[in-house]
Design a protein around this ligand. Structure first.
Ligand code: ZN
Length: 174
């Protein structure tokens, strides 16, 4: 297993639309293992393939308190969405940024698991938010797209500045 690099906003690759996965094979399962390692290492609750520059319809999640309930969703599709719910969201592609986003409160999602078997599950609360957030990633959509242009611009500037500082620091440390 190997840790992957998570793309940071405003990297344009985060805007790519991911392609459906035709066959769930060992190469996909290797990507899944690396994505879990990356997500747990970065203390995230979800990670979409798009975020690690793999443009296939796949995400991993673990919204349990003890981070011991790994979930894999391949070619996910929301088949039912009900209610409205607004909560703070963060994202590994936006370090240190949190913003309130409105989502459906309860959803039903259909996907393939890591063995290529189809399953369907109901989700609410944090998991429902996470699933909607990750499916957005696969469509090149980001949680800041729900905010006002002004707020989004402020976040872009903040992250660009932090990335410049990090690069400067890295080059000086060499
Ligand atoms: Zn995200």
């Amino acid at each position: 297993m190997a840790k992957m690099t998570v793309l940071k906003y405003p990297d344009e690759r985060l805007r790519k639309v991911a392609q459906p996965i035709a066959k769930v094979d060992d190469s996909i399962r290797a990507v899944i293992d690396d994505m879990f390692e990356t997500m747990y290492d970065e203390q995230g609750v979800g990670l979409a393939a798009t975020q690690v520059d793999v443009h296939q319809r796949l995400f991993v999640a673990d919204c349990s308190e003890d981070q011991n309930e790994p979930l894999v969703f391949i070619n996910p599709e929301i088949t039912k969405a009900e209610g409205h719910f607004k909560n703070d969201e963060g994202c590994l592609s936006f370090p240190g940024v949190y913003a309130k986003v409105e989502r459906a409160e309860t959803i039903t999602v259909k996907a393939l698991d890591k063995n290529g078997e189809e399953f369907s599950m109901n989700a609410e609360g944090l998991l429902a938010i996470c699933i909607q957030h990750e499916i957005d990633h696969l469509n090149g959509k980001l949680f800041v797209d729900y905010l006002s242009p002004l707020k989004r611009e402020r976040i872009r500037k903040k992250l660009e500045k932090e990335q410049r500082l990090a690069e400067k620091f890295a080059s000086e440390a060499q």
